[in-house]
Design a protein around this ligand. Structure first.
Ligand SMILES: Nc1ncnc2c1ncn2[C@@H]1O[C@H](COP(=O)(O)OP(=O)(O)O)[C@@H](O)[C@H]1O
Ligand SMILES: [Mg+2]
Length: 286
């Protein structure tokens, strides 16, 4: 599903939090990045049809989200993990996923059971599938939240900080699951952590203060730090410890390279850091 956002703005009371957002994505996965307060959650809520756009236009596949009919039609093919989701504490994981399937219009109980089993397996929920949701750890509940978003085989999946509360191992596992579940649907994954998206999402967009500060590929993001990323050969620390192997090298992101610094290919993290510096209007110097 192709999602096209044009000139989208949003205010809470009188505070503008999105300003003229233009964005296109899908089919495939897009990572929506940005610091806290950038407007990512607001954009996702607009895309989910939870909030109504006050100005601007969202087209998701055939659906025009300015119309009530469009929002309702999209909801049937939508998977959404809100940033703060409260799961019913007394339901088991399995019953909850089955129930979400039912709400999404999956009338056939066999198909609901099949998809529930598939999600339980993909998200490593086997051991907790009969436990009450209220007894699960925050990270496990987050994985249940991701699982419910994919129930019903939605064409558009919106995930708001899916890795929050996950430990590093769970996070790595979730990334590989998202790669697998993505398939040819459109997944918009919103996060303040770059490492969540570089492996999974071929396309990135960076929101900053309610505006799109970057959209494009990961390699395009790296380019922002091209000729600003350096390696500095360092003599081994201390004297008289013999040969400590090759000299240590220090990486620097800077607009003022010191003598002896050699330009190197930047990482996506360095590209992102350079972008953030540019947005704040500060030269990179450290
Ligand atoms: N319901 C709300 N009412 C008023 N202000 C809000 C509301 N939700 C978010 N905001 C404000 O809007 C801005 C963008 O928030 P949000 O979309 O949650 O950003 P992000 O998800 O990138 O952290 C923030 O300054 C936040 O404080
Ligand atoms: Mg948010």
């Amino acid at each position: 599903m192709r999602v096209v956002v044009t000139g989208l703005s949003h205010s809470y009371r009188h505070r503008r939090v999105l300003e003229g957002v233009d964005l296109e994505c899908g089919p495939g996965a897009m990572g929506l990045l940005g610091p806290n307060g950038a407007g990512k959650t607001t954009l996702l809520r607009l895309l989910a049809g939870v909030l109504r756009a006050k100005s601007g236009w969202i087209q998701a596949g055939r659906h025009d989200l300015r119309t009530r009919a469009g929002r309702r039609a999209l909801r049937r093919g939508l998977g959404y993990l809100p940033q703060d989701v409260a799961l019913p504490p007394d339901m088991s994981t399995r019953d909850f996923l089955d129930y979400v399937g039912l709400l999404k219009g999956m009338a056939d109980p066999h198909e609901r059971r099949r998809q529930t089993a598939e999600m339980v397996e993909h998200l490593g929920l086997d051991l907790v599938s009969d436990r009450r949701l209220g007894t699960l750890s925050a990270g496990t509940r987050r994985r249940v939240g991701v699982a419910q978003a994919f129930m019903g085989d939605p064409g558009l999946v919106l995930l708001d900080e899916p890795t929050s509360g996950l430990d590093p191992e769970e996070r790595i596992r979730l990334r590989s699951v998202l790669g697998m579940l993505g398939g040819d649907r459109t997944v918009i994954l919103c996060t303040h952590l770059l490492e969540d998206v570089t492996a999974v999402c071929p396309e990135l967009a960076v929101l900053h203060a309610g505006r799109v500060a970057y959209s494009g590929s990961t390699s395009g993001l790296r380019e922002i730090a091209t000729d600003r990323t350096f390696e500095l050969p360092r003599p081994p620390a201390g004297e008289g410890f013999g040969d400590l192997g090759p000299p240590r090298r220090e990486r620097l992101l800077t607009d003022f390279p010191p003598p002896g610094a050699r330009p190197v290919t930047p990482s996506a993290e360095e590209g992102y850091a350079a972008l953030m510096h540019d947005l704040r209007g500060e030269p990179v110097a450290w």
